[in-house]
Design a protein around this ligand. Structure first.
Ligand SMILES: Nc1nc2c(ncn2[C@@H]2O[C@H](COP(=O)(O)OP(=O)(O)OP(=O)(O)O)[C@@H](O)[C@H]2O)c(=O)[nH]1
Ligand SMILES: [Mg+2]
Length: 300
């Protein structure tokens, strides 16, 4: 999903990346709705969504902010689009997403809360806690109405992360940042930004196509796909059109992609490649695949 201030070139970029024709204009709030496009890269089809621009205060309802941020919650990847003359916008976008409950490039905190009937709160920390005290953990839990139970803290969490666990509705999403309109500046200007800014970005020009192919590759990489080649029972492998699944996907997910009833008829699968110890190893539906595995699914 393309997230950025108005007029930074989100729609221009969507049109570059995909077959879509989202309206482009020199005034703000040109895009008023979600506009989808389909992008193909390395054999994967990726849906890209152009969204209306968000502004400071979006999470409190300014502009179309709340709707945009609600849509962003279902993204696999947020693509921040920043105008080369407004690099400070990245911090605004970050803040708006954060206020709306999105956590960009963070992992869910490794904290487990087990409620119990009585006995007060016990905190078992499996690492040394340097950013919150046990007392603070207990206080925060009480504020959220947990008066009894066990808290397993498996990493050095902050109070904010603890609040995230308790709130329960946080969404963890990966991101990439592009610096658009670099056709308007010289290379030195962009290099200076790379040195000065606290975030990493890919310089692009949606309008003139600079680095657009590199961006596609980067999106593909960031989504962490793997290619799985299907081998028919007769023995030929289809190396032309791999199945594209997210890294860590199981055989079950591949079954669901092939046919929605396939899992009902599943007997076993055979895998050749990095995810198994020997070629042709028999595995079940919960086996996790790796890039370039060859897979045969045997059904009833
Ligand atoms: N020079 C230059 N202009 C660009 C580039 N990308 C977009 N523009 C111009 O910037 C203006 C805004 O582009 P849009 O694609 O409509 O921007 P947007 O982010 O979708 O704007 P909203 O929908 O209003 O949020 C248009 O005049 C574009 O032609 C670029 O890479 N270089
Ligand atoms: Mg637009």
């Amino acid at each position: 999903m393309l997230i950025g201030l108005p007029s930074v070139g989100k729609s221009t970029l969507l049109n570059r990346l995909t077959n879509a024709k989202s309206k482009v204009a020199a005034y703000q709030f040109t895009t008023l709705d979600v506009v989808p496009g389909a992008m193909e890269v390395n054999g994967a089809r990726i849906q890209v969504l152009d969204l209306p621009g968000i502004i400071k205060g979006a999470s409190e309802g300014r502009g179309l902010g709340k709707r945009v941020l609600a849509v962003a919650r279902s993204a696999d990847l947020v693509l921040f689009v920043v105008d080369v003359f407004q690099p400070e916008a990245r911090a605004i976008l970050d803040r708006e997403l954060r206020t709306a409950g999105l956590r960009v490039d963070e992992r869910p905190p490794n904290v487990v809360i087990e409620k119990s009937g009585a006995g007060g709160i016990s905190v078992s920390a499996q690492v040394k806690l340097t950013r919150v005290s046990e007392e603070l953990v207990k206080d925060i839990l009480r504020v959220y109405g947990f008066n009894s139970g066990r808290v397993l803290v498996r990493e050095d969490v902050t109070d904010e992360q603890l609040l995230d666990v308790l709130a329960g509705n946080r969404v963890y999403v990966a991101s990439l940042t592009v610096m658009n309109k670099v056709d308007l500046v010289n290379a030195g200007f962009t290099e200076e930004l790379t040195r000065k800014l606290p975030y990493r970005f890919l310089p692009i020009s949606a309008e003139s196509g600079i680095n657009v192919q590199a961006l596609k590759e980067e999106i593909y990489r960031r989504l962490d796909f793997v290619r799985v080649y299907m081998r028919r029972r007769t023995g030929e492998t289809d190396f032309e059109e791999p199945m594209i699944v997210r890294n860590g996907a199981t055989i079950l997910e591949v079954c669901d992609k092939v046919h929605r009833n396939m899992k009902d008829d599943f007997r076993y699968a055979q895998v050749w490649g990095k995810s198994v110890r020997f070629g042709g190893q028999k595995v079940g539906v919960s086996h996790r695949l790796m890039d370039q595995d060859v897979l045969t699914i045997v059904t009833k």
